[in-house]
Design a protein. Structure first.
Length: 285
């Protein structure tokens, strides 16, 4: 099974070698069709695809989940998306193999969600003779997880560049006064979700390691609602570290002493004060 990161990189690699749309192609010799973009990427990862070459086959046999979508915000990175003809449509052409299947939609085209903010749906199409990247949902009506990809068992995964550490321990939950505070993601990329729970259908996007987010409300039950680059959602509070206002560049500055605010004076002035005190107290400077 491929990791989500490896799968996305493999799809991008296959995309780079496609020169023309040819039905049945997997990217070899520059020839590819829509499902071939995915199949060729998997083969790059030494994951075989000995099954039927078709989108309807993929929907019915290789999808772990599948749901209807009506908004781009419902999509998650790495999901497959499909266009479909309903059984009563004039252009419905479901292969006879599936005529007895309970789902009679004809899933005639497939793409991969390769970006969330902004949206990017990468697909191989005959319309343009090759690769196209859609930035709007358009007629993509169904989405789900391919069963050959691990979409992550943890809310925190290593970054695409290999930075970060899933075993990293953050400094603990942010203080509950929360709203308006700025936090940074620590230890890897962190999942941003539309609801405060881990589920297949509420993933919004990955927050990269080091990304800064603004708290929109207090943390509750281990989750906090935040905003990142105009998108609001929930993430696990454990992997966020508060950034002190006005002190973003010095995480090790520490807290003021319990006696009150400190002051900073030049070293020469401090030495003069020290000598003067020593003389006044009869000490040796």
């Amino acid at each position: 099974m491929a990791t989500l990161t490896d799968f996305l990189l493999a799809v991008q690699w296959n995309k780079s070698r496609v020169r023309e749309y040819v039905w049945g192609g997997d990217g070899t010799n520059g020839e590819c069709d829509c499902i071939g973009l995915i199949i060729g990427g998997l083969r790059r990862l030494n994951i075989s695809w000995p099954w039927t070459h078709g989108t309807n086959y993929t929907v019915r046999n290789r999808m772990r989940t599948l749901r209807k979508v009506g908004n781009a915000k419902e999509l998650a990175l790495g999901e497959l998306v499909f266009k479909a003809h309903e059984p009563d449509a004039d252009d419905w052409a479901l292969p006879s193999t599936y005529k007895g299947h309970p789902d009679q939609r004809d899933y005639y085209h497939v793409g991969v969600v390769t970006g969330i903010s902004p949206l990017q749906i990468t697909h191989c199409t005959s319309a343009n003779g090759g690769i196209k990247v859609d930035t709007a949902l358009g007629r993509w009506g169904y989405a789900g997880e391919l069963d050959l990809v691990d979409y992550g068992s943890s809310e925190l995964t290593p970054s695409l560049q290999g930075e970060g550490n899933t075993s990293s321990t953050a400094s603990g939950p942010p203080s509950p006064q929360g709203e308006g505070n700025i936090y940074a993601v620590v230890g890897g990329r962190l999942a941003l979700r539309s609801t405060p729970r881990k589920a297949d259908n509420n993933f919004l996007k990955w927050l990269p390691d080091g990304a800064q987010v603004t708290a929109l409300k207090e943390a509750e039950n281990g989750w906090i609602r935040v905003e990142h680059e105009g998108m609001a959602g929930y993430c696990v509070v454990q992997y966020l570290e508060e950034i002190n206002p006005g002190n973003e560049g010095n995480a090790a500055s520490g807290s003021p002493s319990p006696q009150g605010e400190g002051i900073i004076i030049p070293r020469a002035a401090a030495e003069m004060i020290y000598r003067a005190l020593g003389e006044a107290l009869g000490g040796q400077g």
